[in-house]
Design a binder for this molecule. Structure first.
Ligand code: TYC
Length: 109
């Protein structure tokens, strides 16, 4: 009775108390990091952002950039809350530092 699961199924039988222990393997919620289109940020800069902060190769980075350019929004990657938050902050700071209006946000999956 000193452990985390004080009652065993045998105890249940003897005590009549039902203690159903659900195996808990809950995954953390995930967040999409999104890039938004604008008319001013150079395509090459967006590709560089995708390579640098989202570890994408040239081909994927180009495809995602064009998707954002054409659809207005695109997914850079999917992460846990804290990782997503850090990516958004890093991209936002990097864009500002280079004086581009590029917007990066996150959204729960
Ligand atoms: N629309 C921009 C241009 O024509 C390119 C661009 C793509 C900007 C994706 C932002 O998230 C973006 N230069």
């Amino acid at each position: 009775m000193s452990d985390k699961n004080p009652r065993t199924p045998d105890d249940e039988f003897e005590s009549g108390i039902v203690t159903k222990t659900k195996p808990k393997t809950k995954r953390p919620p995930l967040y999409k990091v999104l890039l938004l289109n604008d008319d001013f940020t150079p395509m090459e800069f967006v590709i560089h952002v995708l390579e640098r902060f989202f570890n994408q190769g040239r081909e994927d980075a180009t495809r995602v950039m064009l998707q954002v350019h054409r659809n207005g929004v695109g997914i850079c990657g999917v992460y846990t809350y804290e990782v997503a938050e850090t990516k958004v902050a890093s991209v936002t700071e990097f864009a500002k530092r280079h004086q581009h209006p590029l917007k990066c946000t996150m959204e729960r999956e």
